[in-house]
Design a protein around this ligand. Structure first.
Ligand code: 3HC
Length: 318
C-alpha cells in the first residue's frame, strides 16, 4: 500500500478540487503521476489511431472514381496526419518523447483503434469509414473537448472541426452509391454490413469492464462513459442509415420508446479482444507499413536534428 506523505494527500485533494471546479490542468501544474501516465497512454494511442487510420483510406487514393473524390480523400487523409501530430505534441507536454511513443507502437506495447485493423475492400468502404468511423470519432471527440487536460482539450477543438468535414464527405459519397445503381447500393450495403459492429467497438468495452473509466471519469479525462457515447452514436446513426435505405446488420436493433433510445444487440467481445491483442485481419500489415514509412523518413529526422545542432552552435557562437 502506498503511504502518501501529508503534502501528497493535500496536493491530490487540491488537484481534484481544481478538476471538480472545471479548471483546466496545464503542463506546468502539479498532477498525480497516475493522471499523467493515463493521459500519455490515451493521447498517444489516440495519435497512433489517427496515423494508422490513414492506411485503409490511403489505399483508395489512386483508385478514387473521380478527380473530385480523389481530392476530397487526399484532403481527409492529410488531415488525419495533422491530427496525429497535434496529439503527439499534446502527449509530449506530459514528458513523453515522440521516439518512445512510436517505439511503444512498433513493439506492440501501445494500442491504436481496433477499427483500423479491418480491410477497406471496395470504394464504398471509404464512404462508410467517413460516415461511421469518423462519425463515431466525432461523438467521442466532442466529449473530449471538455477533458480536464488543457492541451488535449484544445487539440480536440481543432480536430472536431475537421472531423465534421470527414463525416459529411463520407455520408455524401454513400448517398451517391445508395441512390445510384442497384450494384452501387449493394456495394454500400456490403460495406455497412462489415463496418457496423467494428464501429461500435470503437467506444471500448462496457463501462463495467473498462479498466480506466472510473479514474478517467473522476479526473474528467473522460466526460462521458463508453456505453453512453456508444448509445449516442447508435441513436444518431440509425436514422441516417434509414435515409440511405440501408439495413443495419443487427436483428435486435429497435426503438425503445420507454428509454428514448435504440436497443441494439451485443457486440462480439471475443472478436474485439482478438483484434486489440494484435490478431485482427490487418494488424500485422498496418504495423509493417508504419515501420517501413518510419524508416523511410529517418533521413528527414536526421536532417532536422543536424539543422537544429547547427543553429544551436550558431547561437552559442553569436
Ligand atoms: N481499440 C483499441 N483499444 C481499445 C479500444 C479500441 N476501440 N477500446 C478500448 N481499448 C483498450 C484501451 O486502450 C485499454 O487498453 P490499454 O490499457 O492497453 O490502453 C483497454 O482497451 C480497456 O479499455 P478502457 O475503456 O478501460 O480504456 P479507455 O478508458 O482508454 O477508453 C477509449 C477507450 C474510449 C478509446 C479512450 O481511450 C478514448 O476515448 N480515446 C480517445 C479517442 C480515440 O482514441 N479514438 C480512436 C479513434 S481516432 C479516429 O477514429 C480518427 C478519425 O479521424 C478516423
Amino acid at each position: 500500500m502506498t503511504i502518501y506523505s501529508k503534502t501528497e494527500v493535500q496536493l491530490e485533494d487540491s488537484f481534484q478540487a481544481r478538476v471538480d471546479d472545471e479548471q483546466k490542468i496545464e503542463p506546468k501544474d502539479w498532477m498525480p503521476e497516475v493522471y499523467r501516465k493515463n493521459l500519455i497512454r490515451q493521447i498517444s494511442q489516440h495519435a497512433h489511431s489517427e496515423v494508422i487510420g490513414m492506411q485503409p483510406e490511403g489505399n483508395w487514393i489512386t483508385r478514387a472514381p473521380t478527380l473530385r473524390r480523389k481530392m476530397v480523400l487526399l484532403a481527409k487523409v492529410q488531415d488525419e496526419a495533422g491530427h496525429g501530430l497535434y496529439l503527439y505534441s499534446s502527449a509530449e507536454t506530459l514528458g513523453a518523447s515522440r521516439e518512445e511513443m512510436i517505439d511503444a507502437l512498433h513493439q506492440g506495447k501501445a494500442k491504436y483503434a481496433s477499427i483500423f485493423n479491418y480491410p477497406s475492400l471496395t470504394w464504398a468502404d471509404v464512404g462508410t469509414i467517413g460516415w461511421l468511423v469518423d462519425g463515431a470519432a466525432i461523438v467521442n471527440q466532442i466529449s473530449l473537448q471538455r477533458t480536464s487536460y488543457g492541451p488535449y482539450a484544445r487539440a480536440m477543438i481543432r480536430i472536431c472541426k475537421e472531423e465534421s468535414f470527414h463525416q459529411r464527405q463520407g455520408y455524401e459519397s454513400l448517398m451517391a452509391l445508395a441512390f445510384g445503381s442497384p450494384e452501387q447500393k449493394a456495394m454500400a450495403q456490403d460495406a455497412l454490413n462489415r463496418w457496423w459492429w467494428p464501429s461500435l467497438m470503437m467506444f471500448g468495452p462496457h463501462d463495467a469492464e473498462s479498466a480506466h473509466s472510473a479514474k478517467s471519469m473522476q479526473w474528467k479525462i473522460k466526460r462521458k462513459s463508453n456505453d453512453e457515447l456508444r448509445q449516442a452514436f447508435v441513436d444518431q446513426t440509425v436514422p441516417q442509415a434509414d435515409y440511405l435505405g440501408l439495413t443495419i446488420p443487427d436483428p435486435d436493433l429497435k426503438w425503445n420508446e420507454q428509454r428514448g433510445h435504440y436497443d441494439f444487440g451485443e457486440i462480439d467481445w471475443e472478436e474485439f479482444q482478438q483484434v486489440i491483442s494484435g490478431n485482427g485481419p490487418c494488424n500485422r500489415e498496418r504495423l509493417v507499413n508504419h515501420r517501413s514509412a518510419h524508416e523511410e523518413g529517418q533521413w528527414v529526422r536526421d536532417a532536422v536534428r543536424a539543422y537544429e545542432a547547427k543553429q544551436k552552435k550558431r547561437e552559442k557562437a553569436a
